[in-house]
Ligand binder design. Structure first.
Ligand SMILES: N[C@@H](CCC(=O)N[C@@H](CS)C(=O)NCC(=O)O)C(=O)O
Length: 254
């Protein structure tokens, strides 16, 4: 599969008969749906979209023009990671990714919601550092502290139990990106061993989960992408040529 992102003027690739996910390689929301599709072992085609120069046909699938978009039947799609993932979990029940207990499901959503403030602080630090305020770092760490407490309180390898569930796949794309901040000259955002031992154990376990392992990118790769975007020349296609994009070494192209 090419990592190349389709742009305005590029035709919609012909429908292969498989389900199709429209994404952008560095989008954390699209990653959530990719992880769920991988966990369900659903076969799908992945189409990358250049969000800075969108192909016209994207709006026929999603009037908002955002990714992820899931084409469940030729020409018919749903969008928004939370909506797609809830749909996937019902449509493909094995393995179930959510608790059958409504209260547990609510608590899982609260964990994700609390971490989203940390993500806002991350986003500012990464892409708009001049807008950082004295509150940004404490907000970020409050989110991480709550998450670590939750991991400890649950006492399981993953938030969902001995295997990751929807809650884990929802928050993982944020954590994967948080690890890039110290590489961008932001050591105050580091997830250190002294403070976050339990969280780091969790992060390590997530990195080794097969649905995550095949898609996640190294902090260096995220940092490189962020730098390119901050410079005004987002290099979304960089993985087409890079040999060191993943946690595991990539094969050199012939
Ligand atoms: N709430 C949405 C957010 C999706 C979203 O904002 N995606 C970004 C890429 S990471 C996007 O498509 N941006 C293009 C735009 O806003 O025009 C979801 O969870 O799917």
């Amino acid at each position: 599969m090419s990592e190349k992102h389709l742009k305005a003027g590029d035709p919609l690739p012909p429908y292969s008969g498989k389900l199709r996910l429209f994404a952008m390689r560095f989008c954390p929301y699209a990653e959530r749906s990719i992880l769920v599709l991988n966990a369900k072992k659903v076969e799908y085609d992945l189409v990358h979209i250049d969000l800075d120069n969108k192909p016209e046909w994207i709006f026929s699938f999603n009037p908002k023009g955002t990714v992820p978009i899931f084409e469940y039947e030729e020409g018919k799609a749903i969008f928004d990671s939370a909506i797609i993932n809830a749909y996937l979990d019902e449509k493909y029940p094995e393995p179930p990714l959510q608790s059958s207990d409504p209260l547990q499901r609510a608590q899982d959503k609260i964990v994700a919601e609390l971490l989203s403030s940390a993500h806002s602080a991350y986003y500012t630090a990464a892409f708009n550092a001049q807008a950082l305020t004295p509150e940004s770092t404490p907000t970020y760490h409050r989110g991480l502290e709550v998450l670590q407490k939750e991991i400890e309180a649950r006492g399981t390898k993953f938030l969902a139990g001995d295997k990751p569930g929807l809650v884990d796949y929802t928050i993982w794309p944020y954590l994967e990106r948080f690890l890039a901040l110290p590489l961008l000259g932001k050591p105050e955002f580091a997830i250190t061993e002294e403070k976050y031992a339990a969280l780091l154990t969790y992060i390590e376990a997530m990195k080794n989960d097969p649905p995550v392992k095949v898609y996640c990118l190294a902090p260096e790769t995220h940092a490189k992408y962020i730098e390119s975007r901050v410079k005004g020349t987002p290099d979304t296609n960089m993985l087409d040529t890079s040999d060191v994009c993943c946690f595991r070494p990539r094969k050199k192209k012939a």
